[in-house]
Design a protein around this ligand. Structure first.
Ligand SMILES: Cc1cc2nc3c(=O)[nH]c(=O)nc-3n(C[C@H](O)[C@H](O)[C@H](O)COP(=O)(O)OP(=O)(O)OC[C@H]3O[C@@H](n4cnc5c(N)ncnc54)[C@H](O)[C@@H]3O)c2cc1C
Length: 538
């Protein structure tokens, strides 16, 4: 058996494994990413690239690649509530196409619509742009064991059965819902193992828009007298649609003829279409009890499984990758302390729990017409029906807006109580879903403020620690010296910028490589202790 040696072995080249490989590559850390499949995407899942993920893409320099994917940027993103696509419309929430979407005041970026079969190739191109990142398809992790200074993994080519060994200092399982790495570590998941038995079918229809008068929309939610029964999502903004049968316990799978009949029901008329794939799946709300430890970690769906309602799954997985990326670099370069990697679970697991719960709430709201039935008049033609539809539509839309506006979820996660954050004694602000107030309180994402020349404050962060100094007279030398003595990469940035000074609230603010505030104050009384805390050596 041949042996490969690598600092970091990443298992699974879904979006999270690709993002971790890219993040490590960008940091100059060699890694090997193995994937048991051939990289083809049987059924694209995610399509919402959240605003925080876009901020990471900005840092990685790949925003233009996302914008250049073939998703039509003028395709309207409405959510429409209908009895059937050709039936009655109860209401809609209007959203522009990507061309019309503007960044909110809190970010230099905005969320993007980019389905997995377009986004994965962007992440793959980014990861493999680094010569020190190796991506191997047809390479399945079979097992691994602890060895001196790392792990030894057995990898097999599923086509031939040929085996080889990889030794690594760290192993990260980004191997999805049925994670072999999580299972091997004996980590359980807690939460709700079954929310729905859903069936997704991708169908192709060339003239979908011409068949109905509802216009372009991202999602058509179909609600009958029995409640919400299906959704149709325009996954590539052209000819491909994901039909989702919400499903229930009594009927868990559907054959093609049943799927076809239900697509016709949701469309409200016969039409020509081709069913490309049918995938039954179980919607879950689960978070792993642990995210690994020592030399082996899990990230992405391996660590948390969520209802897609809200589009949080991949986005929080990529946040996992970014949290872990700089910590692995710190360990491999020798400046990370013995507690640094333990902070990964402490920081990321509460975010997982928060997000999967929110997603389940979104699901409940979407399915609420099952219990609080739509009034029967809403399915009648004429003015009485119109009145009932308007009333129901407005109520339903008010409920659903919590899912459509999630700035707080994507940007407002914070690392409260993390052992590598130095608290400043201020009270934790409320954790909101739809709104988001920026704060430079330790543990939070460092605020965006426009600096000169189209540059955001967040563009300063990423490589090492950044010490912002808003008053040139303030003494930063003890922090700089403490970092230097410990080999911690730290760059001081002097900012004479009133708006930034107001947003950051203190004279000195220490920002981590992942863009979260680690410490702030008007003077660094005990610089050595601050630097030791933030590098996990306290
Ligand atoms: C219908 C639907 C819509 C969604 N929409 C969104 C959305 O809009 N936004 C969002 O953020 N999330 C969304 N999600 C969730 C999102 O798709 C997942 O969270 C995301 O794909 C998880 O990525 P991952 O890389 O962790 O895992 P996966 O995508 O599952 O990738 C894991 C990879 O590991 C490989 N693998 C497994 N075992 C091994 C092994 N032993 N050796 C080697 N390779 C292995 C697998 O082949 C696979 O390629 C949606 C999910 C669904 C079902």
């Amino acid at each position: 058996m041949a042996t490969i040696d690598t600092p970091v072995l990443i298992v699974g080249a879904g979006p999270v494994g690709l993002a971790l490989a890219g993040e490590l590559g960008w940091r100059g850390i060699p890694c090997l990413l193995i994937e048991k499949g051939d990289g083809s995407i049987y059924q694209p899942k995610m399509d919402l690239v959240g605003i925080r993920t876009m901020e990471f893409c900005r840092r990685w320099g790949i925003v233009p690649w996302v914008e250049a994917t073939p998703y039509p940027r003028d395709y309207q993103q409405d959510n429409v509530y209908v009895s059937a696509v050709c039936g009655f419309e109860f209401g809609r929430d209007r959203f522009p196409g990507m061309n019309g979407e503007r960044p909110p005041p809190q970010s230099p970026q905005h969320r993007e619509r980019c389905p997995q079969d377009m986004f994965d190739p962007v992440l793959k191109r980014f990861a493999t742009s680094f010569p020190h990142v190796a991506l191997r398809y047809h390479a399945e992790l079979l097992s691994f064991e602890a060895v001196d200074g790392g792990v030894a993994a057995t990898i097999s080519d599923p086509r031939s059965g040929a085996r080889e060994t990889a030794t690594a200092q760290y192993l990260v399982g980004c191997d999805g819902a049925a994670s072999a790495v999580r299972l091997a570590l004996g980590i359980e998941m807690a939460g709700n193992p079954v929310l729905t038995y859903t069936t997704n079918a991708i169908f192709r229809c060339e003239n979908f828009l011409a068949l109905h008068g509802k216009g372009e929309a991202y999602r058509y939610i179909c609600i009958g007298t029995e409640g919400t029964y299906a959704t149709i999502v325009a996954i590539n903004g052209r000819d491909r649609f994901r039909f989702s049968i919400v499903g229930d316990e009594r009927k868990r799978t559907y054959d093609e003829s049943e799927v076809r009949a239900l697509i016709v029901k949701a469309m409200g008329r016969e039409f020509d279409f081709e069913v490309l794939t049918i995938v039954p799946w179980i919607r879950r709300e689960l978070v792993a009890d642990h995210y690994g430890g020592g030399r082996v970690f899990i990230a992405g769906d391996a660590a948390h499984l969520t209802s897609p309602t809200g589009g949080f799954g991949m986005n929080m997985g990529i946040q996992d990758a970014v949290d872990l990326g700089w910590k692995l670099e710190a360990m491999l370069r020798g400046w990370g302390g013995k507690n640094l990697l333990a902070s990964y679970e402490i920081e990321r697991r509460p975010v997982g729990i928060r997000n999967v719960r929110e997603a389940s709430g979104n699901l409940r709201r979407m399915l609420s017409p099952r219990s609080e039935r739509v009034p029967p008049e809403a399915f009648l033609a004429g003015p009485e029906g119109e009145r009932a539809r308007k009333e129901f539509g407005e109520k339903f839309s008010a409920l659903m807006r919590r899912e459509w506006f999630t700035l707080g979820i994507h940007l407002g996660y914070r690392y409260e109580g993390s052992p590598v954050i130095v608290p400043d004694g201020t009270a934790e602000p409320p954790d909101t879903v739809s709104t988001y107030e920026q704060t430079a309180r330790p543990g939070h994402r460092a605020p965006h403020v426009w600096l000169a020349d189209g540059k955001s404050a967040i563009d300063l962060y990423g490589r090492g620690f950044v010490l912002l100094r808003f008053d040139a007279a303030a003494d930063a030398s003890s922090l700089e010296a403490a970092a230097r003595e410990r080999g911690v990469p730290l760059a001081r940035v002097d900012l004479a910028h009133e708006e930034a000074a107001r947003a950051y609230e203190r004279t000195l603010v220490l920002v981590r490589p992942d863009g979260h505030v680690a410490w702030r104050g008007d003077a660094a009384a005990d610089a050595a202790s601050i630097i030791d805390t933030v590098r996990g050596a306290a």
